[in-house]
Ligand binder design. Structure first.
Ligand code: ATP
Length: 332
């Protein structure tokens, strides 16, 4: 039976990179049907709702979803569509690997770590209000249930991927109750996985150590905001936002998207690097247990990057989004 996949082209560079990734996945022989649904600014303009109920239903029903970035204006307008999708479909785990890529020269050549970000609560709970004019309050929700759930996901990932250590990143020295609970939850779950080492690191120290000694880390688990910030940092360690994939996973529902946003500054010009979304497609293939196709697409991307002739501007080249996708298809 072909896989039933949903696709959200999204805003900005979204349509360009989703089209490139779809062509690569089809060239790899993935037997699937695609249902294209709208979200973000484009859905607001065409349907009056940035996250139409039909879109949520299609994502829920699909075997997996490939998603382009959706725009959220700072400080005004509708709530983040990304946050809403994650919360409404309970996609509680955000999986963001950062691995050095062949041919991409950065300060380090041997980074191989995974950031696992809690995706449903923390400061992204959306509970903000004005107390009196000039004073606002944002609630940072941390629950034992969600913290233990994400910790278990991190340890299960470590076991599945033959990793050795899980590090809880937190600020429990200052946020004694909320991050104290997150750290305690991680410690409790760690006891269920005696073969995986466990330690913890304060978030500011983790930021410094990630820049100076990223090889010191293996699997990192953290709450929502810390994960948002540190995963952009870890993208920078391996070549930037143009090459950083991610997966949002819940129970029986999964959405695969690049770490980057809609990059309006380069939208519609064929300048976007589709690598991040193609590698998100590789994560999707692994989720669907299509390991052989996943290995082939990853190898094709690596060979194009290693050859270095076809590269988009963010990696110092002059190739277009579709030229890069065509080179990957050729390599396949
Ligand atoms: P968001 O708030 O949605 O996370 P952001 O403010 O972090 O978005 P992005 O859109 O992710 O911003 O990107 C920041 C900049 O990085 C862009 O303006 C663009 O120049 C560059 N960039 C991001 N993604 C890509 C890509 N796939 N290819 C090339 N450049 C990119």
């Amino acid at each position: 039976m072909p896989y039933s996949l949903a696709m959200i082209p999204g805003d900005g560079i979204g349509p360009e990179v989703t089209s490139a990734a779809r062509q690569v996945l089809e060239a790899a022989g993935l037997d699937c049907t695609w249902q294209e649904v709208a979200a973000g600014q484009v859905a607001l303009e065409t349907q009056g709702n940035p996250l139409p109920p039909d879109t949520l239903a299609a994502v829920r029903a699909a075997d997996a979803t490939l998603k382009g970035p959706t725009t959220t204006a700072a400080g005004k307008g509708f709530r983040s569509v990304n946050v809403a999708i994650r919360q409404q479909l309970c996609l509680y785990a955000n999986f963001r690997p950062a691995r050095s890529l062949p041919g991409i020269v950065t300060r380090y050549q041997d980074v191989d770590l995974i950031v696992i970000r809690e995706n449903t609560e923390g400061l992204y709970s959306g509970l903000e209000h004005t107390v009196v004019p000039g004073v606002v309050e944002s609630l940072r929700i941390i629950t034992a249930q969600a913290s233990e759930r994400i910790a278990r996901f991190a340890f299960q990932t470590a076991v599945r991927q033959n990793r050795h250590r899980v590090t809880c990143v937190h600020k429990a020295n200052i946020l004694k109750l909320s991050d104290g609970l997150f750290l305690d939850s991680c410690r409790k779950v760690a006891a269920e996985f005696p073969r995986i080492d466990f330690d913890d690191c304060i978030v500011d120290a983790a930021a410094m150590k990630l820049v100076t000694d990223p090889q010191a880390f293996d699997v990192l688990v953290m709450e929502n905001l810390f994960g948002d910030i540190l995963s952009d940092l870890t993208s920078g360690l391996v070549g930037g936002l143009g090459v950083a994939p991610s997966a949002n996973v819940g129970d029986g529902v999964a959405v695969f998207e690049a770490v980057h946003g809609s990059a309006p500054d380069i939208a519609g010009q064929g300048l976007a690097n589709p690598t991040a979304l193609i590698l998100s497609g590789v994560l999707m293939l692994r989720y669907l247990r299509e390991q052989e196709a996943a290995d082939r697409v990853a190898a094709a991307v690596h060979s194009v990057l290693a050859a270095g002739k076809i590269r988009t501007g963010d990696l110092g080249g002059t190739s277009t989004t579709s030229e890069f996708a065509a080179a990957v298809i050729e390599a396949l």
